[in-house]
Design a protein around this ligand. Structure first.
Ligand SMILES: [Zn+2]
Length: 141
């Protein structure tokens, strides 16, 4: 059986991946032995599959964009946590003063004491976020 060049071109990817039947393989090899055009097609297929046709410059640009994106994510996250922790700390201290302290008739002091350490905890988170944000933005330059 003699295969036409078109049929061989269709089968070359299967032949290259070695997933076609033995019979097809031997027919393709028979054709390749006589047809330099199809040998060229096979060479092109090998080149395309073994070396992706993305230019070096584009690969570098993609890597640069990827690292910038990761840095931007870190900076955005630290700025977001800075904002949220500062807001939470302010809310804690203001609500502590609004609620206020009172002494019950039996002499016990009632005050929202828990808001003070929670507020200072948010201040600590704010300071850590501020330091991280400064470090990340310094690395970017
Ligand atoms: Zn051919």
């Amino acid at each position: 059986m003699i295969l036409s060049c078109e049929v061989v071109k269709d089968l070359l990817p299967l032949y290259y991946d070695k997933v076609c039947s033995k019979e097809s393989c031997s027919l393709i090899e028979e054709h390749l032995a006589q047809c330099p055009q199809c040998v060229n097609e096979l060479q092109k297929l090998k080149m395309d599959l073994e070396k992706p046709s993305v230019p070096e410059g584009e690969v570098k640009a993609m890597k640069r964009i990827s690292t910038e994106w990761k840095k931007d994510k870190k900076v955005s996250f630290t700025r977001g946590s800075m904002f949220v922790s500062a807001l939470a700390a302010i809310i804690c201290f203001i609500s502590y003063h609004i609620i206020g302290a009172k002494v019950l008739p039996d002499g016990t002091l009632v005050e929202p004491f828990a808001l003070i350490p929670i507020g200072y905890l948010f201040v600590l988170v704010f300071i850590i976020s501020l330091i991280c944000s400064l470090l990340f933005s310094r690395k970017q330059k």
